[in-house]
Every structure is written in structure tokens, then in C-alpha cells.
Design a binder for this molecule. Structure first.
Ligand code: AMP
Length: 436
């Protein structure tokens, strides 16, 4: 497959793609679009950065534009975070510029009334986070009886965030006869079982192996004591001429603190995480995209799916204790074939996580030193499996303490305890709307 026209997409869509400057389908698009156009269910393994959004948006708008609008949505796209939902809508608007389709996004943390109003005036494509979608349904503002295509985007992340029950509720409300498209970064056992539950004889589309994104990223790692990390990072800003960078911390509290320290060092920065208001998050992201700020300090979930064209750098200020999160993090850079560098600061107590990351990605990343920041006590031997477990447990406890201490904790340990709940509330909204 060499160009979009060969996929049989409508001229209006080709015109929009041409306007955007996209001529060649990415591998996920070339594999996913034909079966979707044939009306098949698909189970697709694709990470963000592969062009997966257009992989489902293009065939959906092609199909919908060929039939008359109903009052209720004919395509429903469910996605875990607000930022991702907003980005998907941007994509839909972009690609359907020359078609007359109505699309909208619904997520929490913002007033529900304009969403109710928009739904009442009729919509073809609805992009929503699970919590707000259920709120809208419960309030009678949204009916799913006309849904022909259901997309579960970033399904693995939705499972991690505990959305499976919400998704089951939604699936009960959509017609039995429908097309299902499930996108997930990985094909875990859980994803396969969800696929068996919701999908009908899906075509498997698998173009990205787990570390495919990582392959295009130049990965650097530096030994660094925890206490010296902020100063070391500030030095890296000049050493590597860091122009625009997402910096990952494990906790929300840590993100706030680091952002403040960077500001004090003259590096324009903002933090983005689940405890920030939606307004603050949107502002931080748009300031970052418009390059008004250099550094966006983020927790894992908040940064999930953020698409920033040509983001050159990602820094792991702290390593995630879940190695897959490393892959997601560094996948923020080197997107759509561009170059990118991921820099990790590794303290001695993080070496177990560093080992797991190397095991998962299959990449041997040499640990280097930053001048002036060479740790004094650095044991020679690699950590044992037992130490890996112990360090993970310690982090879990730290995060718990942080949470009970008010405002800290969170990001890093959600799969192993309640850590995701606070992030989940912030990202997806349900509780925000309920509690008001
Ligand atoms: P996604 O994985 O959907 O988040 O897309 C990653 C980035 O690739 C986005 O900025 C898209 O706009 C861009 N993109 C999607 N499809 C193409 C394409 N066929 N050619 C070039 N860039 C693309």
C-alpha cells in the first residue's frame, strides 16, 4: 500500500489528508483501515504515536458520511483520559473538514450542560471518557441505540484505571449488532478476555511490537542520587540543550515540587496531573504546545496519549516501577517517524526498575555519568529479583504514605493498590461531577 487513495477512502477525506500533508498510510493505518471498511471487528495492538487514531477515525467517517445522520450518535469512541478524548476530537474535525458530520467530545471536570445541549442538537460521532458518558446516559441526555461502531481506545489503560465495569454498562446499552474496534498498546491476557467478551470474530491487527516505539528513541540513562536529581536535571537542560521536554515524576506532589524548582532555576515549567483542575491542565498543555513553557512535569496517567508534534525530549526524573510505563513514557517522543531522545535519571534504589525496563524492552542501556553528579556509593552488582520486589513494595508504601499525608502519592503504583483512584478521578471525571 503506497497511498491513501488506494485504501478507497472518499475524495473529501483524501482532500483533508492532503491538506494536512499526509500521503502515506502508517503501517497500522494500512492494516486496520481495509478490515474496518469491510465492516469487520478489529483487535489492534498499537501504541500512541503509530497513527492509530486515524486508523479508526478515517474508516469511521468514510462509513458515516455515506448514510443519513440520526439524532443519536452512530459512532461512539471511548477513551481513558480527557486529553486523549480532546485529541481524538481534533483528529475527527481535521479529517472530516470536507464532510458534513457532527462530532463532539464529552468528559468530566467541566460543566455538563453544554454537553447535554450539544447532544440534544444531534451528533454523529461522540468521543467520551467512561464516567461522564455514564452520567450523560443516566441524565437521559445521551442514547446509544443508534451506535453502529464502538471504539474502545487505549483499552489496556482503561482496564488499568478500573473502567471495565463502566465499559460493561455502556456495552449493554449499544445495539448487539454493531462493529467493534478495540485498540490496545499490548495484548495482555485481560485484553484478550475483554476482546472475547465484546468483539465478534475480530481481525487481529498487530503491527507494533511492545517496544516498537522505543526502537526509534535514543535512550540515555545517568546514575544520579535522588537528592541530586533536581540539580542534575537543570544541568541537563544546558548540556543537552533541552528545548521542549516532558518530565515524568512518580507522584503528583513530586511533579508540583519539581515544576516549582525548575521555575526558580529560570526554566519555564508547569505540572500536569490528576489533582489539577481541568482548566489548569488544558492551559498547561496548550502553553506547552505553543512553546510558552519548556518543561511539562507530568505523572504517568496525566501524560497518557498526549500528542505533541515533534517533541524532542522525554526525561524520566524517576523511573516507573511498572516497566510498560517506561515504554509509554518514551513513546511521547519520536512520534510519526521523528527523532527523539529519552533521558532517565537512575538512583541506586531504582536499579531494580531499570533492570526490569531493560528486560522488557530488550535494550541494553548503558548507565553513564553526568559531570559533577557521580554518586559516591554505587554497588557493583546488579540487583536481585528479591530486591526488585522489595523496592517495588517500598515505593508502594511511600506512595500510600504520601496519599494519607495529603496530596502526594499516586501515579506510579496504581496497578498494585489504590494509587490509581485519585488519578482516575482527576482524569476521567465521574466523581467530580457526582460530588458537586
Ligand atoms: P496517533 O498514534 O494517532 O496519536 O498519531 C501520532 C501522530 O502521527 C499524530 O500527530 C498524527 O497526526 C500523525 N499521523 C497520523 N497518521 C499519519 C500519516 N499517515 N502520516 C504522517 N503522520 C501521521
Amino acid at each position: 500500500m503506497t497511498n491513501f487513495a488506494q485504501l478507497g477512502l472518499k475524495p473529501e477525506i483524501l482532500k483533508a489528508l492532503d491538506k494536512k500533508g499526509y500521503t502515506t498510510p502508517s503501517p497500522i493505518q494500512a492494516s486496520a483501515i481495509p478490515p474496518v471498511l469491510e465492516g469487520k471487528d478489529i483487535l489492534a495492538a498499537a501504541q500512541t504515536g503509530t497513527g492509530k487514531t486515524a486508523g479508526f477515525v478515517l474508516p469511521i467517517i468514510h462509513q458515516l458520511s455515506g448514510a443519513p445522520s440520526q439524532r443519536n450518535p452512530r459512532a461512539l469512541i471511548i477513551t481513558p483520559t480527557r486529553e486523549l478524548a480532546a485529541q481524538i476530537l481534533d483528529n475527527i474535525k481535521l479529517y472530516s473538514e470536507f464532510l458534513s458530520l457532527k462530532s463532539m467530545v464529552a468528559f468530566g471536570g467541566v460543566n455538563i450542560r453544554p454537553q447535554i445541549k450539544a447532544l440534544a442538537s444531534g451528533v454523529d460521532i461522540l468521543v467520551a471518557t467512561p464516567g461522564r458518558l455514564l452520567d450523560l446516559i443516566e441524565q437521559g441526555a445521551c442514547k446509544l441505540s443508534s451506535v453502529e461502531t464502538l471504539v474502545l481506545d487505549e483499552a489496556d489503560r482503561m482496564l488499568d484505571m478500573g473502567f471495565i465495569r463502566d465499559i460493561r454498562k455502556v456495552v449493554k446499552l449499544v445495539p448487539k449488532k454493531r462493529q467493534n474496534l478495540l485498540f490496545s498498546a499490548t495484548f495482555s491476557k485481560e485484553i484478550r478476555s475483554v476482546s472475547e467478551e465484546f468483539l465478534n470474530n475480530p481481525t487481529i491487527v498487530e503491527v507494533a511490537v511492545q517496544n516498537a516505539t522505543a526502537d526509534k528513541v535514543k535512550q540515555l540513562a545517568y546514575r544520579c542520587d535522588n537528592t541530586a536529581k533536581t540539580k542534575a536535571l537543570i544541568q541537563l537542560f544546558s548540556d543537552h540543550e533541552l528545548s521542549q521536554v516532558i518530565i515524568f515524576t512518580r507522584t503528583k506532589h513530586g511533579a508540583n515540587r519539581l515544576s516549582k524548582n525548575l521555575e526558580e532555576a529560570g526554566i519555564k515549567s508547569a505540572a500536569i496531573h490528576g489533582n489539577k483542575s481541568q482548566g489548569a491542565r488544558t492551559r498547561a498543555l496548550s502553553d506547552f504546545k505553543s512553546q510558552n513553557i519548556k518543561a511539562l512535569v507530568a505523572t504517568d496517567i496525566a501524560a497518557r496519549g498526549i500528542d505533541i508534534a515533534s517533541l524532542p525530549f522525554v526525561v524520566n526524573f524517576e523511573l516507573p516501577n511498572i516497566p510498560e510505563d517506561y515504554v509509554h513514557r518514551i513513546g511521547r517522543t519520536a512520534r510519526a517517524g521523528k527523532e527523539g531522545t529519552a533521558i532517565s535519571l537512575v538512583s541506586n534504589d531504582e536499579r531494580p526498575f531499570f533492570s526490569s525496563i531493560q528486560k522488557l524492552t530488550g535494550n541494553k542501556i548503558p548507565l553513564e555519568d553526568i559531570d559533577g553528579f557521580i554518586p559516591e556509593n554505587w554497588p557493583d552488582r546488579a540487583p536481585t529479583e528479591k530486591e526488585v520486589m522489595k523496592a517495588a513494595e517500598q515505593r508502594k508504601q511511600e506512595a500510600r504514605k504520601g496519599r494519607s499525608g495529603g496530596g502526594g502519592g499516586g501515579g506510579g503504583n496504581r496497578r498494585s493498590g489504590g494509587g490509581g483512584r485519585s488519578e482516575r478521578g482527576g482524569n476521567s471525571d465521574r466523581r467530580n461531577t457526582r460530588r458537586r
